[in-house]
Design a protein around this ligand. Structure first.
Ligand SMILES: *[C@@H]1O[C@H](CO)[C@@H](O)[C@H](O)[C@H]1NC(C)=O
Ligand SMILES: *[C@@H]1O[C@H](CO)[C@@H](O)[C@H](O)[C@H]1NC(C)=O
Length: 99
């Protein structure tokens, strides 16, 4: 038992620097990576508004991450993405048609 505790402590000490450098979860890691690349922000590669299924899927994932973590960063990113495609009068940029 003492050996087991010693091994666990030793392993956690060895892994401490790595654990500090890594994000708290793979979901956070993936989300931060996508945000750093500006993915799913409602803009195409030329910076023009685009209504995109993929952007919506990323934003849905960020919403779930926001609900779990309460981290406002994710909410703000979603809001920015929506503001990029929805005009102040509520209409949507481009040729998007509500069916
Ligand atoms: C929220 O998430 C961002 C991006 O991962 C991170 O930089 C920030 O420290 C987080 N804020 C809190 C309060 O955890
Ligand atoms: C909403 O605003 C845009 C940009 O000003 C305009 O082109 C569009 O006609 C407006 N739509 C409505 C329903 O007012």
């Amino acid at each position: 038992m003492k050996l087991h505790v010693f091994l666990c402590l030793s392993l956690s000490l060895v892994h401490t620097p790595l654990a500090v450098a890594r994000p708290q979860s793979n979901a956070v890691w993936a989300a931060d990576s996508a945000i750093a690349r500006g993915q799913g922000n409602g803009l195409d590669s030329n910076g023009n508004p685009i209504v995109s299924y993929e952007h919506g899927e990323l934003q849905w994932g960020l919403r779930q991450l926001f609900e779990v973590t309460g981290n406002q960063t994710y909410f703000n990113y979603i809001q920015t993405g929506v503001n990029n495609i929805v005009l102040p009068n509520g209409t949507v940029h481009g040729s998007y048609k509500d069916l």
